[in-house]
Ligand binder design. Structure first.
Ligand code: PAF
Length: 313
């Protein structure tokens, strides 16, 4: 009997990754894929389990993608722990991890910022091709982070070309991201099934996120106002509440009362994300983003959401 592996294979180049996937396909295996930015928590691990249920072998990628951060965001302090991530992926039954150093074209010898993709760069040979899901990328997180979904769609398209999966699994905590990727795959004919898994939560209700590690102890307690307000909204709509504006104001007030700085609280059609006014007319996405003080510097931006089901008539 073969002894169980004690380390997970780590691939770092696009060429190795693509060759691995093609070799699996030659053996008749289907490939599941979980793209991540690392610092993995149970939420990510549940995505790996979901991929294992749907495919013969599973690839996870760990890559903190520069194009989805603006210059003043947390790219430099985004938490990283590749050793722990590899251990967790091995335990979760992931087959291989793709950990590229850079997935963008490197301009040899350039010292003008061209190799920090997404920031201003004037070099004629720099990366300049981006994928945009034109309308879905605009509201919610796209409002306060206009660069974000362009960066996400571009890197996910690149990863899909490199990994060539049959099925890719995303968490619905990033609900808009899941909708954007689903639309991109449909519109650009990627032969990949996209699966969106429910939000994984801590025992006290906080949505799991790599960013939670940056919360101060006080913020960690205070930010529970977010999942509590989301639960309250579910109950209100279950009791027949229909006024989207009134519900959004009350959710925002509850988060602000706990010391959060609300970025948005919005109610939108659960599929195409257009605004809705009557919560009794269709299942509606309630999406929340708010800042709470970080333990190091600045704030931590937390997101949460739920799909509100109208009360049975
Ligand atoms: O959800 C994430 O962690 C990232 O946005 C993703 C999908 C890995 C793309 O960088």
């Amino acid at each position: 009997m073969e002894a169980p592996a004690t380390t997970i294979p780590v691939l770092t180049s696009k060429e190795e990754m693509r060759a691995w996937s093609r070799a699996q396909k030659k053996k008749g295996k289907t490939i599941g894929f979980v793209p991540t930015m690392g610092y993995l928590h149970e939420g990510h691990i549940s995505l790996v389990s979901a991929a294992r249920e749907r495919a013969d072998v599973v690839v996870a990628s760990i890559y903190v993608n520069p194009t989805q951060f603006s210059a003043n965001e947390d790219f430099d302090v985004y938490p990283r722990d590749p050793e722990a991530d590899r251990r967790k992926l091995l335990e979760a039954g992931c087959s291989v991890v793709f950990e590229p150093e850079s997935l963008y074209h490197i301009v040899e010898g350039a010292d003008d910022g061209s190799n920090v993709v997404g920031r201003e760069s004037g070099h004629p040979d720099a990366h300049e091709t981006f994928v945009q899901v034109e309308k879905l990328q605009l509201p919610l997180c796209g409002g306060s982070r206009p660069h974000f979904f362009r960066g996400v769609a571009t890197i996910v398209a690149k990863l899909f070309h490199i990994v060539e999966p049959d099925v890719a699994v995303f968490g619905r905590k990033d609900y808009q991201q899941w909708r954007v990727i689903t639309r991109m795959v449909r519109d650009l004919d990627f032969p990949i099934e996209i699966v969106g898994m429910p939000i994984a939560r801590e025992a006290d209700g906080l949505a799991m996120s790599s960013r939670n590690a940056r919360l101060s102890a006080e913020s960690r307690a205070a930010c529970l106002a977010i999942p509590r307000a989301v639960k309250w909204a579910e109950a209100e709509v279950g009791r027949g509440a229909g006024d989207a504006g009134a519900l959004a104001s009350e959710v925002a007030a509850r988060i602000e009362a706990a010391g959060g700085k609300v970025d948005y609280v919005e109610l939108r059609h659960a599929e195409h994300l257009q605004p809705v006014t009557d919560l009794r007319a269709q299942p509606t996405l309630l999406a929340v983003a708010a800042h709470f003080p970080a333990r190091d510097r600045g704030t931590v931006r937390l997101i949460d959401n739920t799909v509100l089901q109208p009360a049975a008539a």
